[in-house]
Design a protein. Sequence first.
Length: 334
Amino acid sequence: MLIKHPAPGDCREFDVTPEAVYLDRRRLLKSGLAAAVTLAVPGVQAADRYSKVTPAAAPGWFGDKLEDAQWESEVVEGEPITPFADATQYNNFYEFGPDKGDPARHAPMLETEPWTVMVDGAVKQPGRYSLEDLMRPHGLQERIYRLRCVEAWSMVIPWLGVPLADMIKRLEPTSAARYVRFETLVRPEQMPGMKSRFSLIAWPYVEGLRMDEAMHPLTLMAVGMYGRVLPNQNGAPLRLVVPWKYGFKSIKSIVRISFVEEQPSTTWQSMAPEEYGFYANVNPQVSHPRWSQARERRLPGSLFAPNVRDTQLFNGYGEQVASLYSGLDLRTNY
């Protein structure tokens, strides 16, 4: 008998849900009560995960898509989901300030509707798309991913979004497109970190991926988390999630996607190339110049229970992504 063991990053299928429960689940999802939906759904742990998450106001298109979202069934054993409060109160989003609490304090002032994304470069379907139009053909999927910050702390977050590959296929890049470049919103009047005299960043924030990285099934364009619309401090209304890379690669509040031939000059790589490389793959064997990457602090934790664990190569997604870097020196291409 053949027994298939799932890879560490694989999503596992739900148990079968009774039709009556499923229909009631759809009704509740449409009303925005995603946090309470799965109390009666066998095999689905969202009720436990989101029971303390208050549903937020969301645009109509998001609510409609939430109704038919594909929900992840379980978290990885031994890696419980980070509480919503920790995931939304401890953030790096320098457009709103340098401290971990600044995004939660200042990001609510950001206006995210309407939102448009410019698509340009070597692509057959360029243009300025509303977020609703960009998302229209795609169903939402929940992906529970580890998030590993280059600062050696980590979380486990349930994202809602669409595979970037699906979006790219629709936009039809040409053969000249070897990289995808992403750009964050610049709006100093609503992003006080941009006006700080302590800021050394040349805005806008820019990130990029090789085309094969962008097309990988794990790469996600997220519009939600914890069964609800994405909070501003976590990159609303559209952010990238690349789970095998350090968190700074997962650019937030995206307003431009460019298909380019040359490797983009990204923000942190431009500022400190000896510390932040273009690839930024999680690697316990390659230390940051100022600290080791061999261990990480999983949030939440405390002074007496810091929840420290070993860092995994590619953040534990090596079986799925290591082939992308076959023959590449991961110490030189950090």
